[in-house]
Ligand binder design. Structure first.
Ligand code: ZN
Length: 78
C-alpha cells in the first residue's frame, strides 16, 4: 500500500497516510481541519552511472562526470 504525504494549506503541517489508490485521499488536516494537498515526491533526472553512484545530468555532486566517459548518456563535456 503506497504512502502519501500531505501538507496542510493552512498550518503547513505535514503528515503521511497509507491508503490504496481506490480509497479516497485525505482532504482535511488532522490538526486544524483545513484543506490539504498531496505532496508529490518527484526526484529530478537521476541516472545510474557505472560508478554505482547516482548521476544527475552526467555529473555527480562534486561536479565530476560520474560515469567516466558518458556511458550513461547524460555527460556533456564542457
Ligand atoms: Zn492544518
Amino acid at each position: 500500500m503506497p504512502t502519501y504525504e500531505y501538507e496542510c494549506r493552512s498550518c503547513n503541517a505535514r503528515f503521511e497516510r497509507s491508503h490504496g489508490m481506490t480509497e479516497s485521499p485525505v482532504s482535511e488536516c488532522p490538526s486544524c481541519g483545513a484543506e490539504v494537498r498531496k505532496v508529490f515526491h518527484t526526484p529530478g533526472m537521476v541516472v545510474k552511472g557505472n560508478g554505482g553512484g547516482s548521476c544527475a545530468a552526467g555529473r555527480d555532486t562534486a561536479g565530476q562526470p560520474c560515469c567516466m566517459g558518458g556511458s550513461c548518456g547524460m555527460f556533456q563535456p564542457d
